[in-house]
Each structure stands twice: as C-alpha cells, then as structure tokens.
Design a protein around this ligand. Structure first.
Ligand code: NCD
Ligand code: ZN
Length: 345
C-alpha cells in the first residue's frame, strides 16, 4: 500500500507549552489533527477552569488563520484542588479532564499529587460528575528502578483506584509495558489508554546503545523490545481501549543536550507518519484509522471528525531543528528519512 486516506485523527495527549515554543510547534499539530487534549503542566500549572480558558485562547491566537484545530483543555490536579473545581469542569464547555501527575514523576510535576489516597474524595467527585481522569502512571520514590516504575504504579496504586471507583473514566497515559497493556485489557470499558509513536517504534537501545541519545529520552522511559511488541499488538488490535496520544513534548535543544537533559520527545512534526510506519511494520495499516481517528473520540464522548487526511509513501528528510528567533527544537528522527508523508489534510 502506498496511499492511505483516513478520517482526520485527533491527538489525545499533547504538550504545546506557551509563548515562543507554542508559536513554533502548534502548526505541526494543527496540520494533521482535528483536536488535541492539551496537557496542563505549564509553569505554574493550569489548575483552574479560568486559567485553562486563558491558555486555550493563547493557543487559538497562535494558530494559523482559518485553522479549525480545537484544543481540548485539561486541569492539573494538585493536593489543593477544591472539590468544587470538578463540578466546574463538568459544566465548562472547553475543559474535558483532570491530569494526575504523581509529584516528581516528570517535567513540571512538582505540584503533582504526593499521596494518591488523599485525593480519593476528588476522584469520587470526578466519578459522580463523569469527568475523566488522565493518569501519568509511574511511582516516583527514588528507591524504585526507573524501568519498573510503571508496573509498580499499576500494582500499588492504579489497581486499587480502579476497584474503588468502578465507573470513573480513566485514561492511562503513554503506556510503555506489557503489564500495562494487560492491565488495561483486563479492566472495564471505563478504562482506556494512549500510546505514543516513540514507544511503538523504539526500545531502550535507542537511548543508550552506541552513545547516549537524549532526544529519545522521555518519561515513562522506553522499555525492552518485548514491551514494544506488546504495545504494537495492542495498538493494532482494533481494541477501542487503545488510542493515539503522541505525548509530543517540545524542549529546547540546549535543555535536552545537557548534563541533566529534560524528558520528552518532540514528535508533532511527523506524528501520523511515525504511527503509519509503526502500523506498517506489523502489517496493520488497516487498523490505523480506528486507533488514530475513532476510539479516542468515542471514549471522550465526542463526535468523530468528518474530514479526512491522506498519507502517501513519499520519502522526506526530517529537518535537523525547528527554529524561531529564540527557539530551537530537535525533532524525533532529526536529519533522517521518513517514508510516509501527510499530503493533504
Ligand atoms: C512530558 C513533558 O515534557 O511535559 N515529558 C515526557 O517525557 N513525556 C511530561 C510527561 O508527559 O511525562
Ligand atoms: Zn505527556
């Protein structure tokens, strides 16, 4: 197959930042996706509906003229989130979910939740008002091996949470392990998951073999090959619990290529192309549309997009860097060839 037309996809997990980074990256997502769930881990974090609506306006203002791209806003859950904010989200037109970052788990997560059990009254309110909870599923304590943090989170926190709140809609974000796939498969329809392109295409050798490659460093960290295989199988299975969420996370090149480099892969420049490559690897291009364009919308209770995008087999070279006056961002696969290209959207 060298041409593929699918319904316009959405990105159910996206970081776009603010200011000049936002202005540098937003076109990439808007060119491919109809909508994107916007992560709230700004500095300071987006914790109120009012802040989310202001942030949404900044994103809309940064879009190219005539773009129909819709940012779907989320709030950052903290230990101080008032229960009343949950009802506000349920009533707000443009805010769709809360994001739970265990404190210290990832970029800008210091304000996250340190004691998940203490947040149970908030989860009860989300369940009551049917507001989805998006979870960065990793434990953070220093004694845990970084490659085990997702599995331990599932065993020690998430399985209890899902039992306690059996109808709460949960998205386990950016799955990275076979155990996480099995967990999501074994839960009810109220629990779903996003999968990133880097976790479908790479294992941990991409970061660590033949030198250290900081642009492949993201959290949760890439795992062993058998985990990648499990993720590919889940994403291409046609199971509607698994859908597209790039976790595209732009950082300045200088802060990635650093003695303490930031976590996050920038993939928005070629998101759909990277997913197409992964699905093609397992002969499942026919399953890309459900994963990219249908299941996320269905889970969030939103209409599926009616427009379409076309991908063609057409080799192109990814730029070394995307730059603006005070911004330089190194994309995933910088300077390398990609085989698929979005030719119309
Ligand atoms: C994300 C970021 O940079 O905001 N980084 C990452 O490695 N994925 C945060 C996140 O989603 O964990
Ligand atoms: Zn993320």
């Amino acid at each position: 197959m060298d041409k593929l037309t699918i319904s316009q996809p959405d990105d159910w997990h996206l970081h776009v930042r603010t200011g000049s980074i936002l202005r540098t990256v937003i076109d990439h997502s808007a060119r491919q996706f109809g909508r994107a769930v916007i992560m709230p881990n700004l500095k300071p974090p987006v914790t109120t509906v009012e802040q989310a609506l202001n942030y949404r306006q900044e994103i809309l203002d940064a879009l190219p003229l005539g773009s129909a791209f819709q940012p779907l806003m989320t709030l950052y859950l903290t230990a101080n989130t008032p229960v009343a904010e949950i009802k506000k989200v349920a009533d707000a037109e443009h805010v769709y979910a809360f994001k739970l970052y265990p404190a210290g788990a990832t970029t800008n997560s210091d304000a996250g939740v340190a004691d998940i059990e203490a947040a149970y009254p908030l989860f009860a309110a989300m369940e009551k008002y049917d507001v989805p909870l998006l979870i960065h599923g990793e434990v953070t304590d220093a004694e845990y091996d970084i490659f085990d943090r997702e599995k331990i989170f599932i065993d020690s926190k998430l399985s209890r949470l899902t039992r306690q709140f059996p109808t709460l809609r949960i998205v386990v974000e950016h799955l990275t392990t076979q155990e996480a796939v099995q967990f999501v498969e074994s839960t009810g329809d109220n629990v779903a998951a996003t999968i990133t392109p880097q976790h479908l295409l790479y294992n941990r050798n991409a970061i660590l073999a033949g030198g250290i490659h900081p642009h492949y460093y993201c959290l949760p960290i890439l795992k062993r090959e058998h985990h990648r295989q499990a993720l590919l199988k889940a994403a291409s299975s046609g199971n509607p619990k698994f859908f597209l969420g790039t976790d595209s996370a732009p950082h300045l090149t200088a802060l990635k290529e650093n003695s303490c480099g930031c976590a996050g892969c920038y993939s928005a420049h070629a998101a759909l192309e990277l997913y197409a490559e992964a699905f093609e690897q397992v002969g499942a291009l026919d399953k890309l549309e459900g994963f990219a364009s249908f299941y996320g919308a269905d889970f969030y209770g939103l209409p599926r997009n009616t427009s379409s995008v076309t991908l063609e087999k057409q080799a192109w070279r990814v730029p070394d860097v995307y730059a603006d006056t005070d911004v330089a961002i190194t994309p995933l696969r910088a300077g390398e060839q990609l085989q698929w290209r979005v030719v119309s959207a």
